[in-house]
Write a protein that binds this ligand. Structure first.
Ligand SMILES: C[S@@+](CC[C@H](N)C(=O)[O-])C[C@H]1O[C@@H](n2cnc3c(N)ncnc32)[C@H](O)[C@@H]1O
Length: 307
C-alpha cells in the first residue's frame, strides 16, 4: 500500500454490487484515487477482466499505479479528466461493462495542507486537483465581488455569501491573500461565532470553481452513458446536493427523454430511453460506516443500467 495515500473507499461493497462486476468483464473507474474501489473491481473481475483507471491528479495516479501493480497489464492508467472519456475510449476497442464515478476529493488531497484544499491546516491557496491553470488564489484575489458572491451562493449554498465576499475584497485591498489560513481568518472575522459548516461551504465552493467540477460532471456522465455496452451499469457516488441533483436529473432525462407535451396520447418526438434507473432512491452509508469513516456521511450512490 502506498504509504502517503491513505483513503478509505466509501460504500465499497454496495458499489461492487451495483456495478454487478463479472469475471472477465471490462470496467472503467473515472476517479481512480488510490485505487481502493479499483482493487475490488479487479479482484471481482479476475482472472482476466480489465480496468481503465482515470484520475486528473498525478499524485493519486502514482499511488494507484503502486497499489494496483500486482494486476499487471489488466489495468490501464490515464492522467485525464473524466470529462474527456469519449476521446479516451476512441482508442480502446473493447466493450465497457461498468463505469464508476466516486466524485469529489480524496482524503490525501484534503489532508495535505500544501494542496490548499482545507481550512484546517495552513497552506498555499491552490485547490487544483490536476494541472489546470486556475488556482484558488486567482479566484480570491481577482474575481469581481459579485462573482465571488455568486460562487459562494451557487456552489456553497451559503447564506452569508455577500458579507463574506465583501470581507475578502476589503482584505485583499491591503494584502494579496495567498494562504488557506489567511482566507479562513477573513471568513471567521465576518461573524462572532463562525460555524465550521460555513468555512466548509466556502472552501467547497472555491474548489468546485477551481476544478470546474460541475462542468466536468455533466460531460462525464453523458460520455459514461454513451460508452457503456448494453446492460452495463453506471454507478455514481456524490458528496453534496449539487452533484447528486445533477446525477438524478441526467438519469431521469436519459430514462425518459420524451419531450412531447404531457397531454398528447402518444409520443411524437420519437426519443427513446437509453437507460433504466436502478436506484429510485439513493443508497446511503449506514451508521457503522459513518462511525468508522465520517467522510462517508454525505455520500449518495445512484445507479443506472444502459438499455
Ligand atoms: C473520492 S476520490 C476517489 C477514491 C477512490 N474511489 C478510491 O477508492 O481510492 C476522488 C478522486 O477523483 C479524482 N477526480 C475528481 N474529479 C475528477 C475528474 N473530473 N476527472 C478525473 N479525476 C477526478 C480526484 O482527483 C480524486 O483522486
Amino acid at each position: 500500500m502506498h504509504q502517503s495515500f491513505l483513503h478509505r473507499p466509501v460504500l465499497l461493497n454496495q458499489s461492487l454490487d451495483h456495478l454487478a462486476v463479472q469475471p472477465g468483464g471490462n470496467y472503467l473507474d473515472g476517479t481512480l484515487g488510490g485505487g481502493g474501489h479499483g482493487r475490488k473491481i479487479l479482484e471481482a473481475s479476475s482472472p482476466d477482466g480489465k480496468l481503465i483507471g482515470l484520475d486528473r491528479d498525478p499524485e493519486a495516479l502514482a499511488a494507484a499505479r503502486e497499489n494496483l501493480s500486482i494486476f499487471g497489464d489488466r489495468v490501464l492508467f490515464f492522467e485525464r479528466n473524466f470529462s474527456e472519456l469519449a476521446d479516451i475510449m476512441a482508442d480502446i476497442s473493447f466493450d465497457i461493462h461498468g463505469v464508476l464515478l466516486d466524485l469529489g476529493v480524496s482524503s490525501p488531497q484534503i489532508d495535505r495542507p500544501e494542496r490548499g484544499f482545507s481550512f484546517q491546516g495552513d497552506g498555499p491557496l491552490d485547490m487544483r486537483m490536476g494541472n489546470s491553470s486556475l488556482t484558488a488564489q486567482e479566484i480570491i484575489n481577482e474575481y469581481q465581488p459579485a462573482e465571488l458572491k455568486r460562487i459562494f451562493w451557487e456552489y456553497g449554498q451559503e447564506k452569508f455569501s455577500g458579507r463574506i465576499a465583501r470581507a475578502i475584497v476589503q482584505a485583499r485591498e491591503k494584502d494579496r491573500i495567498t494562504t488557506t489560513g489567511h482566507l479562513a481568518e477573513i471568513i471567521k472575522s465576518t461573524r462572532p461565532e463562525m460555524p465550521t459548516k460555513t468555512l466548509s461551504r466556502i472552501f467547497q465552493a472555491i474548489r468546485i470553481e477551481v476544478n470546474d467540477e460541475l462542468g466536468s460532471l455533466k460531460k462525464g456522465l453523458q460520455a459514461a452513458v454513451d460508452i457503456l455496452a448494453s446492460g452495463g451499469r453506471l454507478v455514481v457516488l456524490t458528496y453534496h446536493s449539487l452533484e447528486d441533483g445533477m446525477v438524478k436529473g441526467l438519469f431521469r432525462q436519459a430514462a425518459d427523454p420524451c419531450t412531447c407535451p404531457r397531454h398528447l396520447p402518444y409520443c411524437g418526438c420519437g426519443k427513446k430511453p437509453i437507460i433504466k434507473i436502478i436506484t429510485r432512491k439513493p443508497v446511503l452509508p449506514d451508521d457503522d460506516e459513518i462511525c468508522q469513516n465520517p467522510r462517508a456521511r454525505s455520500a449518495h450512490l445512484r445507479t443506472a443500467e444502459k438499455l
